[in-house]
Design a protein around this ligand. Structure first.
Ligand SMILES: [Zn+2]
Length: 193
């Protein structure tokens, strides 16, 4: 398999998980990864999702940062659920289950000695509010620890400097954690009552 033969089909096999080990090894051994491969990858993903917003980046199994018609960059689930501005931690919009006791830990850990220590740690499970209610993330942290913002990509730099194809709506405002906007809106809502 020559480098020129890395086509979309191969990328599709990689995404679907049915690529042969042989081809994986060859992909890994290639001296230089071509930038086109990222765009082929995005094309494959775009064909798999049931909506049309342009995928800018896949940030987890089921979640994407997409560009909307209105010029926003939002987090969107494969199911279509929209989490809002990608600069705000999407986990704050999830349904969250927190496991605190050994009994609750044992439901997901085996054997028991592998369990986190109750009181010192808790398990937070994040579920999509959309119809499929898919589990989107899990984190094991100390009680009271802020909800982990896993990924705030600098999309402008990635597209401009790494891919060589700058996004048309570049702005210094895109790379900013705005999660406090959400928590502040909760506070003002509470104060209004
Ligand atoms: Zn979903």
């Amino acid at each position: 398999m020559a480098e020129s033969q890395v086509d979309k089909d191969l990328i599709r096999q990689l995404v679907e998980g049915d690529i042969s080990e042989d081809n994986v090894t060859r992909l890994q051994k290639m001296s230089r990864k071509d930038k086109d491969r990222f765009f082929q990858y995005v094309e494959v993903l775009q064909e798999k999702v049931p909506w049309d917003e342009k995928i800018l980046l896949r940030i987890s199994d089921k979640l994407y940062v997409v560009a909307t018609q209105e010029g926003d960059r939002i987090v969107k689930c494969e199911c279509g659920h929209e989490f809002g501005d990608y600069r705000e931690n999407w986990k704050l919009q999830c349904r969250i289950r927190v496991r605190k006791t050994l009994e609750e830990f044992k439901e997901v850990y085996d054997p028991e000695p592998a369990c986190p220590e109750p009181g010192w740690q808790e398990i937070r499970e994040y579920f999509c509010p959309g119809e499929h209610a898919a589990q989107l993330a899990v984190e094991v942290v100390s009680p009271g620890y802020p909800i982990v913002f896993e990924m705030l990509p600098d999309l402008d730099v990635f597209y401009r400097d790494y891919l060589g194809r700058p996004l048309s709506d570049e702005s210094s405002q895109w790379y900013k954690d705005q999660t406090t906007n959400v928590t502040q809106s909760w506070r003002s809502r509470r104060e209004a009552h």
